[in-house]
Design a protein around this ligand. Structure first.
Ligand code: FAD
Ligand code: AMP
Length: 479
């Protein structure tokens, strides 16, 4: 291996591997270092997203959704099945196969693009030197012209519920249960808590979600949050808001979780406790004292809008820097930095980062919520369309939820789009494109959508901003 590179990337999650691949595509001699080991103990690329995050959670969400559909909803559409069973080890093995296919895919992309993938821990020293400590053998020093830090994030732990990897687990452990626990509690009704709670609830666990805040999903449009809370409770998720977890005790193979709510001190006894109280930037072992990099008060690597750190020619991207902890946000930052190193001038548009919660129905949104627009004092108009009025949703027996479009009342420019419904994650991509191109609600109304599609609900919601929806009676009637 050469010990000089144009670019060294530390971290091969979606932020780091995308940066490395794009650098190599642009002709830069690039290395990407990652220290992760897979379940088989071998080095893997792909970071949290591929190994312990987005992909494995979606594999289990998809499998558990299919199981529940077969068990509870097939009869409604005229399909009878004798008996529907669950084989958890097989479900987990399939999830692992998906993960290993994807991580091997990254190794293949590195090879195909000419990225030197290195297994071990990377530490940034002074003057753009990087120390590589391989899993076995001696450390080496690599000299780089540019360094991109992409070390990602790890789950937050809280003192009342120390992770033991058996009864008390974090999101990684919750993807590895070998059987369906009878009783599960999840701490945190955030994105990860709701997704993992949904998986085990669909497979048959009684799930209690304990959330310290009084408000459900405060970052989501209030109408969507309200409607989704009702739906999730209807699905059997016992979501208890305003409950602060204060302690836990593992005894006789179960966990007694203590919490405080407006009634007083309470307990709930479960077989597994999933701690999903957020994630924090991971910068352990990353920076030598004289690296020249500063962290902010939250422990994130300090960067400007272009992901440049306080040290020349050193950048940081992904979960370890400010902004939402989302794979696609990190990927866009990684690509932007690669292109800037190569002399181009792209920007990341932080106004159009889509967010998704992969429950069923899914919740997806981009731009401002109605409460944000209201607080900012902007005058705005709202268009809404329920999936119950969508022919495709009716045909698919999947009619819960709405699409909501918020537009500037003066300019008609789209300010935010909020979807609760089937395939909300796919529908919101259309809203992102519309907002990237500064579309108005009228522009969307004038765009033709294929029939019958779930996306028509987005079209109709855009039409309804001006009171022109066809398949629902408009609340405001205009010519
Ligand atoms: P990471 O993916 O965390 O990768 C960083 C890598 O760097 C890791 O492999 C780490 O070991 C390595 N590393 C760190 N320090 C060093 C070092 N010093 N030397 C060598 N290697 C180092 N996001 C979405 O957008 N959609 C989802 O559906 C979604 N679902 C999720 C579900 C779960 C259960 C979890 C936990 C997360 C989910 N996320 C999701 C979040 C997503 O996984 C992260 O936002 C994303 O992985 C961040 O990418 P990253 O490249 O910044 O860091
Ligand atoms: P997120 O940051 O979106 O992953 O969500 C994590 C959630 O966990 C937040 O909504 C927090 O309010 C919640 N949370 C954090 N600590 C506790 C606690 N001790 N008890 C209950 N909920 C908590």
């Amino acid at each position: 291996m050469s010990d000089n590179f144009d670019v060294v990337v530390i971290g091969a999650g979606p932020a780091g591997y995308a940066a490395a691949i794009r650098c190599a595509q642009l002709g830069l001699n690039t290395a990407c270092i990652d220290k992760s080991l897979g379940k088989d103990g071998k080095p893997v690329f792909g970071g949290t997203c591929l190994n312990w995050g987005c992909i494995p959670s979606k594999a289990l969400l998809d499998a558990s959704h299919k199981y529940l559909d077969a068990k509870e909803h097939f009869a409604e559409i005229g399909i009878t099945v004798e008996s529907v069973g669950i084989d958890v080890p097989r479900m987990i093995a399939r999830k692992d196969k998906v993960v290993s296919g994807m991580t091997q895919g990254i190794a293949g992309l590195f090879k195909g693009n000419g990225v030197t993938g290195l297994a071990g821990t990377g530490k940034l020293l002074a003057n753009r030197r990087v120390e590589l400590c391989p899993h076995e053998g001696n450390a080496t020093i690599i000299q780089a012209e540019h360094v991109i830090l992409a070390p990602g994030s790890v789950p937050v732990e809280i003192p009342p519920t120390p992770i033991d990897g058996d009864r008390i687990v974090d999101s990684t452990g919750a993807l590895e249960f070998t059987e369906v626990p009878e009783r599960v509690s999840v701490i945190g009704a955030g994105v990860i808590g709701l997704e993992l709670g949904s998986v085990w609830s669909r497979l048959g666990s009684e799930v209690v979600v304990l959330e310290a805040l009084e408000e459900f999903l405060p970052m989501v449009d209030q109408r969507i949050a309200r409607d989704s809370l009702k739906i999730f409770k209807g699905q059997g998720l016992d979501i208890r808001l305003g409950t602060l977890v204060t302690g836990s005790e593992v005894r006789a193979g179960e966990v007694v979780v203590s919490y405080r709510d407006n009634v007083g001190e309470q307990t709930v006894t479960v077989d597994k406790l999933i701690v999903a109280v957020g994630r924090k930037p991971y910068t352990e072992e990353l920076l030598a004292p004289d690296s020249g990099i500063n962290l902010d008060e939250g422990g994130f690597v300090k960067v400007n809008d272009l992901c440049a750190t306080d040290a020349p020619d050193i950048y940081a991207v992904g979960d370890a820097v400010r902004g939402p902890m989302l794979a696609h946000k990190g990927t866009e930052e990684g690509v932007m930095v690669a292109e800037r190193i190569a002399g181009f001038k792209p920007l990341v548009n932080y106004e159009t980062v889509p967010s998704v919660i992969y429950t069923h129905p899914e919740i997806a949104w981009v731009g401002k919520t109605e409460q944000e627009v209201k607080t900012s004092g902007e005058s705005y108009a709202v268009g809404q369309f329920p999936f119950s009025a969508s022919g495709r949703a009716q045909a698919a027996n999947d009619t819960q939820g709405i699409v909501k479009v918020i537009a500037d009342a003066q300019t008609d420019r789209i300010l935010g789009v909020h979807v609760l419904g089937p395939q909300a994650s796919e529908i919101v991509a259309q809203a992102v494109i519309a907002m990237e191109f500064d579309a108005s609600a009228e522009d969307l109304g004038l765009t033709m959508f294929a029939h019958p599609t779930l996306s028509e609900a987005f079209h109709e919601a855009a039409l309804s901003v001006a009171g022109h929806a066809i398949h629902v009676v408009n609340r405001k009637k205009r010519n």
